[in-house]
Design a protein around this ligand. Structure first.
Ligand code: ATP
Ligand code: MG
Length: 628
């Protein structure tokens, strides 16, 4: 099966089990300041896993596009890409372990046709000191499945990963690990605050017997060894517990969250551990071979990096990001520049994105209409960045010359060229050699030192972002979320109906809101908007939500939405209305969460204040506002 066929078959399979397909969320999360990108299928669904009701019901299925910039250094191996699709199915307080394990096993063995003899699983060993039970239930469900096929299913207790390298596989089939098989937002069960949900997970691995264990990872191989013999295909999280004052208690409503890598499943179906051989990546590799005249087999790493990075950059562009020097735009720029730099190693020194980008667009257009409709924009943005970067490279050559003129080129010089001008180390060296510039003897140690320092700086900077995404559900977030709705309506009342939301971002400290409006707001208009919002806060509007078919909401109810948002068949609408009033003040499509009463926003005598009104881009204004 091709990757595209597997994606389709997965959705169809879970549809047949009563699941509703939902649209992917964009790569850039809305209202979630804790993380730059959507990094898992669960992330956009977190509010629902934590208890909000989902308009499409209790059984959901999708293929979520993900971007993990933290995996950038791993790109080059056979199974990690920065951009990938995560197939996902969810039970929101509906089915649990038995259905989940059976269905996924059925899908992977019967529909995709993977060899069940090569499937190995891990389950949660429990934690005696915390009083959390061993997941015997998942073990016995797996055992039954293997028994039915006459496959030996010996249990092996591994515990920690370090121990795994000591004790090895021992002909096991079902492996018990502790922390590795526990999911919660806090990272570990010990660190969970009271009230937090968490639970065991069970992971499925595919064994590639032809891969030799590499002892540089550890003495013996085991499923969580990173040598590449076992590759993780998917992970089912069972949200089963809640931390309480006196230990772990069962949640009243238990959820299933499954996430599995489409690329890895597609590779397994080809019986090839290399995800770059699948139908969504191979055409890019083949084009690189033809442009460079080099072979993938001898230039594997470089071609993988280029293919991955360009695919990621295309999707970021589809989702509205442009290259810049901060946040998501910076990551996009880094992906593009890295791809162009790695192309040098293949001897591609001329512009080449115009040959690759259309291939990527064609691969995704049939299944993602938004890729097709942003085709021209994507080409324009990416080709422009390529041009800018080549100018930068030329600048780098000039800088290097200046550095050489002051004496000899140092490691720090080479680092500065790399860091500030995006000029690759290899290029600096090559250029220096061609021009006969003297280079300091200790340049490498110096360069490495600078690199380490920079890496430490950026690690500190990214510590706060983690792959689950916290979603921001504190009371302060809710207040700003509610204030955003009030302000959106107030802006329309004061400025007119051309005001449409173009983006929103909320932190504990402020709200930020982008909207269409052709000119600067006057001081008078700002004051009017503030007064309306404060009056509505004072009126103590009740905040409720209801669900409606999307068409009805948009056409008959004139509900507010945001520019460019895609909706499923049904939407959740938040209503803010004064008691006894016939008409709501605000009706807006939104996933929540909000406060229940607007008066909560003025607790401790707080008032709504606009602290900044500025241009965001052409025709778009940006407001920052606070409750203070
Ligand atoms: P790994 O240990 O292999 O990096 P993970 O523990 O980070 O995987 P999860 O966070 O559990 O993976 O994500 C669920 C699934 O998504 C994985 O089972 C895998 O199939 C897929 N996946 C995760 N990271 C990547 C990646 N960088 N590229 C491709 N697929 C991925
Ligand atoms: Mg990982």
């Amino acid at each position: 099966m091709t990757a595209q066929e597997i994606r389709k078959a997965y959705i169809e399979f879970f549809k047949s089990k009563g699941h509703t397909p939902i649209a992917r969320a964009r790569l850039v999360p809305e209202n979630d300041p804790t993380t730059l990108f959507t990094g898992s299928g669960m992330q956009p669904l977190l509010p629902y896993l934590l208890g909000d009701s989902h308009p499409d019901g209790n059984r959901l299925v999708d293929s979520q596009t993900c971007l993990r910039s933290q995996d950038i250094e791993e790109v080059g191996d056979n199974r990690h890409t920065t951009f990938f699709e995560m197939l996902g199915n969810w039970s929101l307080g509906d089915y649990f372990k038995n259905e989940q394990i059976n269905w996924f096993f059925e899908f992977i063995t019967k529909v995709v046709g993977l060899d069940p003899n090569r499937i190995y699983v891990t389950v949660y060993s429990g934690d005696e000191s915390l009083g959390i039970a061993r997941d015997n239930e998942s073990e016995s469900i797996w055992r039954k499945l293997f028994d039915n096929l006459g496959i030996d299913s010996k249990t092996v207790d591994i515990g920690s990963e370090e121990n795994g390298y000591k004790v090895g596989e021992q002909s096991g089939r079902i492996f018990f690990y502790k922390d590795k098989n526990w999911w919660c937002r806090a990272g570990s069960a010990e660190n969970m605050p009271v009230g937090e949900p968490g639970g065991p997970d069970t992971e499925m691995f595919y064994l590639y017997p032809s891969v030799q264990h590499n002892k540089s990872y550890g003495e013996h191989c085991h499923p969580n060894c990173d040598c590449g013999r076992y590759i993780e295909l998917g992970n089912s999280v069972f949200m089963e517990y809640k931390k309480t004052e006196d230990g772990f208690a069962k949640l009243p409503k238990q959820n299933v969250d499954y996430g599995g890598g489409l690329e890895r499943i597609a590779a397994a179906s080809l019986d090839n551990a290399d995800v770059f051989k699948i139908s969504l990546l191979l055409p890019i590799i083949e084009k690189l071979e033809s442009i460079s005249g080099k072979k993938y087999d001898s230039h594997t790493n470089d071609m993988r990096v280029i293919a991955d990075h360009l695919r990621g950059a295309v999707f970021l562009c589809v989702d509205g990001i442009t290259p810049s020097n901060k946040e998501q735009g910076y990551v996009m720029r880094r992906l593009l520049r890295r791809a162009i730099r790695f192309a040098f190693a293949l001897g591609i020194e001329q512009n080449f994105l115009h040959e690759i980008v259309p291939i990527i667009i064609d691969l995704y257009s049939p299944d993602f209409p938004e890729v097709n409709s942003s085709k021209e924009k994507v080409l324009e943005v990416l080709l422009k960045e390529e041009k800018v970067f080549r100018q930068t490279l030329r600048k780098g050559v000039r800088e290097l010359q200046k550095m050489a003129e002051k004496g000899s080129v140092t490691g720090k010089d080479i680092f500065t060229l790399y860091d500030t001008y995006g000029f690759p180390m290899e290029l600096s060296l090559e250029e220096a050699q061609t021009q006969d510039y003297p280079i300091n003897d200790d340049w490498k140690a110096d360069f490495d030192q600078q690199m380490t320092e920079q890496r430490n700086r950026s690690q500190t900077a990214s510590k706060g972002t983690f792959k689950g995404g916290l979603g921001g559900h504190t009371l302060q977030h809710k207040k700003y979320h509610t204030a955003t709705h009030l302000m959106y309506q107030a802006l329309r009342d004061v400025l007119g109906d051309h005001v449409i939301q173009h983006g929103s971002n909320i932190t504990e400290e402020r709200l930020r809101f982008d909207f269409s409006h052709p000119e600067k707001m006057t001081a008078e208009q700002i004051k009017q908007v503030e007064d309306i919002v404060n009056k509505q806060i004072d009126n103590d509007l009740t905040v409720t939500f209801e669900e409606h078919p999307t068409k009805e909401a948009l056409e008959d109810m004139h509900v507010l939405g945001a520019f460019g948002d895609r909706y499923g068949d049904k939407v959740k609408i938040y209503r803010m209305q004064a008691q006894g009033s016939e008409k709501p003040f605000s009706l807006e499509i939104c996933g929540g969460p909000h406060v229940d009463h607007t008066k909560q926003l003025s607790e401790e005598g707080k008032k709504f204040k606009i602290i900044k009104e500025e241009s965001s881009s052409s025709g778009i204004r940006r407001i920052k506002a606070v409750l203070s």
